[in-house]
Design a protein around this ligand. Sequence first.
Ligand SMILES: Nc1nc2c(ncn2[C@@H]2O[C@H](COP(=O)(O)OP(=O)(O)OP(=O)(O)O)[C@@H](O)[C@H]2O)c(=O)[nH]1
Ligand SMILES: [Mg+2]
Length: 370
Amino acid sequence: MVDKEQGLRKIDELKEQYSKTKYNKATNKYLGMLRAKIAGIKREIESQGRKAGTGYAVRKSGNATVALVGFPNAGKSSLLHVLTGVESRVADYAFTTLDVIPGMLEYSGAKIQILDLPGLIQGAHVGKGGSMKIISVIRVADLVLFVIDINNYQQLYQLMEELEMLNIRLNQKRPNMRLEKGLAGGLNIEGNGHRIPDKDVVQSILNEFKIFNGEVIFYADTNDQQLLDYVADNCVYIRGAVALNKIDTVDKRKMESVKKEIETRTGMRVTPISAKMAGNIEDLKGTVFAGLELIRIYLKPRDGEPDFDKPLVLNKGATVVDVVRKINTKLVKNIKYALISGPSSKFSNQRVGREHKVLDKDVVTVVFDM
Ligand SMILES: Nc1nc2c(ncn2[C@@H]2O[C@H](COP(=O)(O)OP(=O)(O)OP(=O)(O)O)[C@@H](O)[C@H]2O)c(=O)[nH]1
Ligand SMILES: [Mg+2]
């Protein structure tokens, strides 16, 4: 058992060794081992920290939850106000907001919960500025919306690094692989033709987690960080987007160049806004809605008209079963088939089975076996 201070010091040491080591074929295994060691210590510290049971009590509500994440004074509370009408104290100094303030944005038939959070600072992963509570809220969000003051836009990269160290993976797919632990016979690694780390590295990472026997099967390209994440099983996978704020304080050229730089470097969608002047907020709502990957389904009674005012809102990838579950879980076992008109059907009123995937704006009639 490591104590927290000691563990963090050890991590810093290992990180230093890591950054000093040039990457090449010969050092590859060593680097993989360092990463595995760091992950092992982090996991131990975290498992101790969790016992404390801290965290804000926020109840998730609506169809999806968005966390506003930014440095102090970036404009998060101002943005909550223009998005949802909720008054969260706004002031021209850091740490105005000290609690989680929820608001609700209704957009395109979906109810989107927006959480205004206290500012996050560098060093969050070691618990600076009461950040652990903030992190616990971010981890349950469906979308992280970075609120960035364009005059200090480099802060975005620091925030991303913090979240990375806190095991929050943005816009990344969950590793697609499987691990069957065994009792003897060593490790059998099945790459299936995908790009995976060297066998040596796979081995040393697993050994670091005390796994010496078994089978590892990869179903997609996987790098050593993803393998670590999979074995440690401590990451959350959340979508991310950027609201580039305070664009009323710079000229258009500056705005365009910063937007481009961030998009190129992070791959995230960037929407320039002015929270104070309510500039470009409709555009941002669209970005948030798209980022959440929600779909709207219009239910139609067998002999009636679809209800276009009140869509059912579901996550992308939902099936007929998910539609029914949303209406009444008890009915799921009675689904006979569904009739669909819209983007997921080949023709109108196509008859489909319960596992059929619905798409945004489908009109759906479910027929039950009673
Ligand atoms: N010029 C300009 N000022 C803004 C904009 N958005 C926010 N501000 C100002 O920036 C300051 C901080 O705004 P807040 O909304 O309180 O920022 P915050 O991110 O909630 O700050 P903390 O709660 O301290 O983390 C206030 O003086 C706002 O009026 C904007 O788009 N343009
Ligand atoms: Mg605030």
